[in-house]
Each structure stands twice: as structure tokens, then as C-alpha cells.
Design a binder for this molecule. Structure first.
Ligand SMILES: *[C@@H]1O[C@H](CO)[C@@H](O)[C@H](O)[C@H]1NC(C)=O
Ligand SMILES: *[C@@H]1O[C@H](CO)[C@@H](O)[C@H](O)[C@H]1NC(C)=O
Ligand SMILES: *[C@@H]1O[C@H](CO)[C@@H](O)[C@H](O)[C@H]1NC(C)=O
Length: 385
């Protein structure tokens, strides 16, 4: 049952590209559901975290992502072949905050941790290419910064909040960085960030997720809900909760996040945290349109699901952007990776756009282009005022 729900939710994600490119909500026809459960073995250790999450430590070479037919001969890349260049002048953000990251999981070296919350035995790897983006009625709203041009990566610091999402709604609320390439439905997307996604995770905690859409097959996936994303870091798990969540009017926590294309292997890496730890990558074999570069970036909040507009959940802190630091959620240090493998702040304002899809539900405020990177406050209460 839970598996089925996971599938339905990952369906929603594929719609993000339609909306972030400003094409509005789409209603598509019914598609097939060729769910297939892939077994996984070689569990070296099982770890129960505080709060009940259960992780299996699986041999890095036996991870379920490798069941993807296009990855039959894939050789796992344990490290990026090089790191992007970034110039981080020490925090010029004039407010105090603490950097946090997902909870560390104590899997042994040579393994990766796979969240298996009471789903153990039959993982988590459904449809080979993901879940058809055809067949679900969904709504999306987004508030944040968009950049329209060639990119080789993107980064940001994301304020950690836990927006309220009705547990039974099948909607989600995310603070997200996404890179796309393609046209209309034929768009590949990769994204990472924080999400409250009850029908995927079974609870209303904010968790770290990645997702991607294959624009050729119009299918999308979250985390390990289907094969494809290769994990290498043994201390990190997709779906992990975050060490600390910001408190309205209280302590503020934020998390660094970056995505970049490995210039040699062409894989798209994702990393996080103070030390910019790379934890895994999307092999370039998975994609058609985003193999060489992206052509669009989104940083900000989005909500998505069957009632995400009509009975909209909270976004960000649940307060409007004008509430400012300590009360509204922010994105800062938003930068793109240029062709010379360097994170830079976009200079051309024509390529940058900041907006909200519906200012009754969610707002943006204090958009600034500064060093290092762009910043913005965003969010709102949704329909719950
Ligand atoms: C898993 O199941 C056990 C026993 O049924 C329960 O105590 C635990 O809270 C569950 N964990 C999660 C994350 O649902
Ligand atoms: C990248 O480097 C080349 C050679 O140094 C230079 O000509 C080009 O302008 C650089 N591109 C960017 C976007 O900085
Ligand atoms: C914005 O959301 C409100 C509340 O759900 C709704 O009444 C209004 O029609 C929406 N506006 C647009 C432009 O969609």
C-alpha cells in the first residue's frame, strides 16, 4: 500500500518542469502502472535511528540504483573527477544562523545507507524508468528565483523549515534547487532539497530528497523509488531528516546544497553541508536532454499535489516573505556553475526572474543580487490563514 502511494507521489514531480517554465498545470491521460519490485541483498548492517527511521547499509556495488538497464555496465564513480571552483567570501549575510545537514548514519565504509522504513525485504525499486507522468491530476505553485540560460550546476543555502502539509492530502511542500533541460514535456529535470511529503514518507517531517524526470519517457522518481541515482557516501541517506529545523522567531538553521556536472564523466553530482560533501550522482546515461548542460534553474519553494492550489499547504515557514529574517524562509548564495567550472552569480538580469505563481497564497520579498549569490525570502500560509 505504502509502495503504491510512493509511486503516485513521484508522479507529481514530473509536473514541476511544466510549471516552473510557466506553462501552468496540466491534466494528462491515464497511463500504465508496470510496478515491479526488485530484490536487493548484501545488507551488511541495519541501523535504527532515533525517531524510528530504519536504514540498511548495502554494499555500494549492490545498491538498487544499479538495476537500471542503462547502468548494467556502469562503473561506480566514488569521487568527482574534480570539484567546481567557488569563491566564498565568508558569510556576508547580516544575520546569525547555523549550518546544519541531514542526520549522519553510521554505515560502514564500502556501503551506502538506504532508508527502508518498514519496507525491508522488497525495495523500493519500482518502475525501471520511474513513474509515468501520465495519469494524475495535479496542481503546482512555486515562489522563488529562475534563471534561463546554459548552466553546468547550481548551488544555494536553504533555510530549513517544516511547512505544515495535511497528512492525508498527497500534497508536498518543498524548498528546492532544480536544473532542467528540454522543451515542454520533453524536459529532463534533476533536483534536490527539503520536502515535507507525507504520502511518500508516511509522516510530516521535513526530509532531504532528490528527484529527477526523464523527459524522453516522461517518467520521474524520488530517491530510490526507482533505480538510477547512485549513492557513494556512507554517512548519508536519501530521505533523511535534518538535524535541526528553524523556529519561527527563534534559532535559524540552513543547509548548503550544490549540484554540478562532472566535466569528465558527465555525471551530475549532488553534495551538501559545510564540507560540501559529494554524496552521489545521476549517471549521465539516465538522460537525453540534460547530458551536456542545463538550460534552466529554479531556486525556491514549490508545492505540488492534487490539492496544492485549491487547499494549498504551507510553503517555507508558513509565513509571508515580508516577515523577513527569522520569520520567513530564505534562499541565499544562489549561484550557477559556468562553462569554466566556476560558481558565479548571474550578472545578466535579463536571464533572471523572481516571482510567485499566486501572491494570495505565497509571496517573495527582498530579492538581492550580492556576493556571494542571489538571495530571496519566500513562502506563505497557503490556504490555511
Ligand atoms: C516500524 O515498525 C515498528 C514495529 O511495527 C514500529 O515500532 C516503528 O515505529 C516503525 N518505524 C517506522 C519508521 O515507521
Ligand atoms: C571561460 O574561459 C575562457 C578561456 O579562459 C574564456 O574565454 C571565457 O570567457 C570563460 N567563460 C566564462 C563564462 O567566464
Ligand atoms: C490564487 O489563489 C487563491 C486562493 O486559492 C484563488 O482564489 C485565486 O483564484 C488564485 N489566483 C490565481 C491567479 O490563480
Amino acid at each position: 500500500m505504502k509502495e503504491k502511494q510512493a509511486i503516485r507521489v513521484s508522479l507529481l514531480l514530473s509536473f514541476l518542469f511544466l510549471v516552473t517554465k510557466g506553462e501552468g498545470t496540466r491534466y494528462l491521460k491515464h497511463g500504465e502502472d508496470n510496478t515491479r519490485v526488485l530484490p536487493y541483498r548484501q545488507v551488511k548492517k541495519t541501523i535504527q535511528m532515533k525517531g524510528g527511521d530504519v536504514y540498511d547499509c548495502i554494499d555500494v556495488n549492490a545498491q538498487p540504483s544499479l538495476n537500471h538497464p542503462k547502468l548494467k555496465d556502469h562503473k561506480i564513480q566514488m569521487q568527482p573527477s574534480s570539484f567546481p571552483i567557488w569563491f566564498d567570501t565568508e558569510s556576508e549575510f547580516p544575520h546569525s544562523w547555523w549550518e546544519v545537514q541531514p542526520y549522519t548514519i553510521d554505515c560502514p565504509i564500502g556501503t551506502v545507507s538506504i532508508l527502508c522504513n518498514n519496507r525491508s525485504g522488497n525495495i523500493i525499486a519500482h518502475n525501471i524508468d520511474g513513474v509515468s507522468s501520465i495519469g494524475l491530476q495535479t496542481e503546482t505553485e512555486a515562489a522563488g528565483i529562475r534563471y534561463y540560460d546554459d548552466v553546468y550546476g547550481a548551488r544555494a543555502i536553504i533555510n530549513v523549515y517544516e511547512p505544515r502539509v495535511n497528512k492525508d492530502s498527497k500534497d508536498l511542500s518543498a524548498a528546492w534547487v532544480q536544473i532542467n533541460n528540454g522543451k515542454g514535456e520533453h524536459t529532463d529535470t534533476i533536483g534536490a532539497g527539503l520536502e515535507v511529503n507525507p504520502s511518500f514518507s508516511g509522516d510530516t517531517f521535513v526530509r532531504f530528497h532528490i528527484s529527477w524526470t526523464n523527459g524522453l519517457y516522461k517518467k520521474s522518481c524520488i530517491d530510490h523509488s526507482c533505480p538510477g541515482f547512485v549513492q557513494v557516501d556512507h554517512k548519508f541517506g536519501l530521505g533523511a531528516r535534518i538535524e535541526h529545523v528553524s523556529v519561527y522567531g527563534g534559532p535559524q538553521y540552513a543547509m548548503g546544497l550544490y549540484i554540478f556536472k562532472d566535466p569528465k564523466s558527465k555525471n551530475w553530482w549532488v553534495g551538501y553541508g559545510k564540507e560540501n560533501t559529494p554524496f552521489g550522482y545521476w549517471p549521465s546515461e539516465l538522460f537525453t536532454f540534460i547530458n551536456h548542460k542545463g538550460d534552466f534553474v529554479f531556486w525556491g519553494g514549490f508545492v505540488q499535489g492534487p490539492t496544492a492550489s485549491s487547499k494549498a499547504p504551507q510553503m517555507g515557514s508558513g509565513h509571508f516573505a515580508s516577515a523577513g529574517f527569522g520569520r520567513a524562509a530564505y534562499i541565499r548564495n544562489a549561484q550557477i556553475l559556468n562553462e569554466n567550472n566556476t560558481y558565479v552569480t548571474p550578472e545578466d538580469n535579463i536571464k533572471v526572474d523572481h516571482r510567485t505563481s499566486n501572491s494570495t497564497l505565497y509571496t517573495i520579498d527582498q530579492f538581492e543580487v550580492d556576493t556571494p549569490g542571489m538571495s530571496i525570502y519566500y513562502g506563505g500560509p497557503g490556504s490555511v490563514v
